[in-house]
Design a protein around this ligand. Structure first.
Ligand code: ADP
Ligand code: MG
Length: 321
C-alpha cells in the first residue's frame, strides 16, 4: 500500500464521528477505554458487510460507510438503546484514497448525526469486507427485546416497506421505471435511515421490538416467535411508498413490502392498554408508523386479505420477479 496502515488510520479514522466526553481513550492505543454511565446496561451489536454479498461490488463508497454503521444503529434502535461508540474492522483490497475518503465521510456523517464516536478498529488487506461493532447503553432493565409481546398486542411498523429491496433491484438493473421514483428507491437502499429516536421513545410503550432487515413478514415472525405467539398482518394495511407503487403496481409492491429486506424500519408490538399513550406521546404523522396487524395465540406469521389467510413462504424473494 502506498499509504501506510498507520497513516491511513490517522488520516481517515482518528477523528471520525462525534467527540464524546465518555471516551477516556480512543483510536491509537491497544484498546479503547469507555465510561458506561451508572445504572445503565451496555448494549453491543456487530454486523459484517461483504462486497458482492451485502452490497453490489462497485457501490458508492459513502453508501458502504453509511450502511455499515446504519445496520448496527438499527439493531440498537430495536433494543431501545442509545448508541455511543463504534469499532471498525476494515478489510481492503487496496488503499484507494478517493474510496477511503468517501467511505469515511459516509460513516462519519451518520456517526455524527447519532453522536457516535469511532473509538477503534482494525485494518487489514483482503477482499472488501466491513465489520462495525456498535456499543451503546440503555437504563438497566429497560431494553426492548423481541420477547415480551402477548396475544392481542397491536403490531406496528415504522416508515414504508419494500423500498430498499426495490432500490437494490434498480442498482442491479433488474428493475427500471420513472427516474424520480428510481432515484428515491435507490436512496432507500444506499442510505437507509435507522430509527434510533423512535426506538428510544418506545421504551415503556412497546412490549417487543425488532428491526426489519430480512423482510417484514420474516422479522415480524421472529418477534412473534421470541414472544411465543403468532402474528397476523393485514395485507391492505402494509405501508407503501408512492415510488414503490409507481414502479411495481400495488400488488407487487405489497408482496415486496412483506418479503423485501434492508429497509431497517422498526416493527413493534404495543399492548391495547398502552395504545392511547402511544398515540399521544408519539403522534403517527410526526413519527411515521402504521398499524399493520396484531399478535395472536396461534404460532407463525400470516397475512390476511379480505378475511382469508394467505400463507407466504419464509423467503419471500420468490414472490418478486
Ligand atoms: P494493534 O496492532 O495493537 O491491534 P493496530 O495497528 O491494529 O494496533 O491499531 C492501532 C490503533 O488504531 C488502535 O487503537 C486501533 O483500534 C485503531 N484502528 C485500527 N484500524 C482502525 C480503523 N479502521 N478504524 C478505527 N480505528 C482503527
Ligand atoms: Mg489491531
Amino acid at each position: 500500500m502506498p499509504l501506510s496502515e498507520f497513516a491511513l488510520i490517522e488520516r481517515y479514522f482518528r477523528a471520525c464521528g462525534a467527540e464524546r466526553a465518555d471516551v477516556t481513550l480512543g483510536v491509537g492505543d491497544d484498546a479503547a477505554l469507555l465510561q458506561v454511565a451508572p445504572g445503565c446496561e451496555l448494549v453491543a451489536a456487530t454486523d459484517t458487510l461483504v462486497a458482492g454479498v451485502h452490497f453490489p461490488a462497485g457501490s458508492p463508497a459513502d453508501s458502504i460507510g453509511h450502511r455499515a454503521l446504519a445496520v448496527n444503529l438499527s439493531d440498537l434502535a430495536a433494543m431501545g438503546a442509545r448508541p455511543a461508540w463504534a469499532l471498525l474492522a476494515l478489510t481492503l483490497p487496496e488503499a484507494d484514497e478517493a474510496w477511503l475518503g468517501a467511505f469515511a465521510r459516509g460513516l462519519g456523517e451518520l456517526a455524527l448525526t447519532h453522536g457516535v464516536a469511532l473509538v477503534g478498529g482494525d485494518t487489514t488487506r483482503g477482499p472488501l469486507t466491513i465489520t462495525v461493532q456498535l456499543l451503546g447503553s440503555v437504563p438497566a432493565g429497560r431494553a426492548l427485546t423481541r420477547a415480551g409481546a402477548r396475544a392481542g398486542d397491536v403490531l406496528f411498523v415504522s416508515g414504508t416497506c419494500g423500498d430498499a429491496a426495490a432500490g437494490l433491484a434498480i442498482e442491479q438493473r433488474r428493475l427500471t421505471g420513472a427516474a424520480e421514483a428510481r432515484n428515491w428507491l435507490r436512496g432507500r437502499f444506499l442510505y437507509p435511515t435507522p430509527r434510533v429516536a423512535l426506538g428510544e421513545q418506545l421504551r415503556g410503550l412497546a412490549s417487543a421490538c425488532v428491526d426489519v432487515s430480512d423482510g417484514l413478514l420474516a422479522d415480524a415472525g421472529r418477534l412473534a416467535g421470541a414472544s411465543h405467539v403468532g402474528a397476523e398482518l393485514a395485507w391492505s394495511e402494509l405501508p407503501l411508498s408512492e415510488p414503490l407503487v409507481t414502479l411495481l403496481g400495488e400488488r407487487r409492491a405489497r408482496e415486496l413490502a412483506l418479503s423485501g429486506g434492508d429497509d431497517y424500519e422498526l416493527c413493534f408490538a404495543v399492548p391495547p392498554e398502552r395504545l392511547a399513550r402511544l398515540l399521544a406521546q408519539l403522534p403517527p404523522p410526526q413519527w411515521r408508523y402504521t398499524r399493520i396487524g396484531a399478535l395472536r395465540a396461534a404460532p407463525g406469521a400470516v397475512v390476511v386479505r379480505d378475511g382469508t389467510v394467505m400463507e407466504f413462504s419464509h423467503s419471500g424473494y420468490e414472490h418478486f420477479r
